[in-house]
Ligand binder design. Structure first.
Ligand code: SF4
Length: 443
């Protein structure tokens, strides 16, 4: 069926930055096939949910959303196409069509090139599923349709080979494969030319990036990106402590435009639990990385991920996680209670920590981490940060927000919007909370 008119696509994105960038890649693919994206679901001919499977509640949210669609679009049922893409599509595959009648297409993270034809068939009433995982697909030739004008997400690789025992990512995103070094440096240069002031290099484990042909690793890549666009801030996420090399730390320290923030997920402070998680490092190694990082970049901000209540975690193990927070003093952390995921190795381990005890441990971790972050931010008083201006503050439009080089949210008065998105301002910090710095612009 020839696509004679311009169809409109509405995409809802859930989960991590990789999914944010995938939505931009999908929009780029669809644009090449004559589709437009819309922010208004009522104008859409097709709706795609770009989903996350990292924890159970991420998936139940999608089921609720699909149920809502079935009710909301009951009358429009024939005309509107609803599709599920991303990690949940890979995990549930055709079952999603059986579970939710409103779903017409299910497409996994490595099959987005098939979306135009699958949508065309679905408009003809033919439902479709594409969930093959690929060893080579990186969408390197696709120009993502990016929205936000300050920060650009750029996926440098896809998949993960680490198989941490609690994680679904290796099953939903497949084996690791890296984009070519040249294509990434070229894209960084074109993003700078388009006016992006910040670029975040993305991967499940960026430290294992490798361009086999040029034999270039992540330290080479980020160094060449920083040199290519000295006026642009370069950030990256996510790192794996086992692969955090001295060379990468030295490269970070030697380039001013590589932002001084590292997200280094630790998950637990106990060697016993780290072993059961198959994380591939122990507490001593992790702390060794932290001191190496701080030796070369004393003012760097470090954030992490923590899982509370992993199967078999004892109170001693939990105490070791609390003491590690005390020792490292993170600027921030993503903290969750363990969520069993089907097909992962940990799923076969007895989930023996009662829910309320998981919650108690999680709250103890959150309280301690918030106290530490509050203390760290309290000592920011009087410091001057170079802030990249983003947008008016949600709370008070007189105030604007931006981010420091250390990736902290900074709120400052910007009367008459003298400074706008993409400008840099120096802000002297006057007060703070555990998550935010507040200050005033100084010349
Ligand atoms: S490194 Fe571990 S936690 Fe991170 S995506 Fe890979 S398997 Fe999952």
């Amino acid at each position: 069926m020839e696509m004679t008119e311009t169809y409109k696509l509405y995409i809802e994105t859930y989960g991590c930055q990789m999914n944010l960038n995938d939505t931009e890649i999908v929009s780029g693919i669809m644009r090449e096939h004559g589709w437009e994206t819309t922010d208004n679901i009522d104008n859409a001919d097709a709706v795609l949910l770009n989903t996350c499977s990292v924890r159970e509640n991420a998936e139940s949210r999608i089921f609720k959303r699909l149920t809502h669609f079935s009710q909301k679009f009951k009358k429009r049922k024939n005309k509107l196409i609803v599709g599920v893409i991303g990690c949940m599509a890979e995990r549930f595959n055709e079952r999603l069509i059986d579970i939710q009648d409103i779903v017409s297409i299910v497409v996994g993270p490595d099959e987005y090139r098939k979306l135009p034809i699958l949508l065309e068939h679905a408009m003809g009433g033919v439902k479709g599923v594409a969930v093959e995982l690929s060893k080579v697909e990186t969408y390197e030739d696709i120009i993502p349709l990016r929205t936000d004008g300050v920060n650009a997400w750029l996926s440098i690789m896809r998949g993960c080979n680490n198989f941490c025992s609690y994680c679904v990512v290796p099953y939903t995103r497949g084996r690791e494969r890296s984009r070519s070094h040249t294509s990434i440096v070229e894209e960084v240069a074109s993003l700078a030319a388009k006016g992006f002031k910040e670029i975040t290099l993305l991967g499940q484990n960026v430290n294992s990036y490798h361009d086999k042909e040029l034999n270039k690793d992540f330290a080479d890549l980020i160094s060449d990106c920083a040199i290519a666009v000295p006026q642009v801030r370069i950030r990256y996420t996510t790192s794996h402590p086992r692969d955090m090399s001295d060379r990468l730390i030295e490269v970070m320290a030697s380039h001013d435009n590589i932002c001084k923030h590292i997200h280094l997920p630790v998950q637990s402070g106990s060697d016993r639990v780290l072993k059961m998680m198959n994380r591939g490092y122990n507490r001593e190694h992790y702390l060794g990385r932290i001191s190496k990082i701080r030796e070369l970049m004393p003012n760097i901000a470090i954030t992490t991920d923590i899982i509370a209540g992993f199967p078999g975690e004892t109170l001693e193990d939990h105490q070791l996680t609390l003491s590690l927070l005390q020792e490292v003093k993170y600027s921030g952390a993503f903290m969750f209670k363990y969520s069993p995921r089907e097909n992962t190795k940990a799923f076969d381990m007895p989930d023996d920590i009662p829910e309320e005890e998981k919650l108690r441990r999680l709250n103890e971790i959150i309280d301690l981490q918030n106290k530490i972050a509050k203390e760290i931010n309290h000592h920011e008083k009087g410091n001057i940060h170079r802030v990249l201006v983003e947008c008016p503050s949600k709370r008070n439009p007189e105030d604007w927000m931006g981010r420091s080089d250390t990736n902290k949210v900074v709120i400052f008065p910007n009367p008459d919007a003298k400074f706008s998105q993409g400008d840099y301002v120096n802000v002297k910090i006057k007060r703070s909370s555990s998550a935010t710095l507040f200050g005033e612009i100084v010349e």
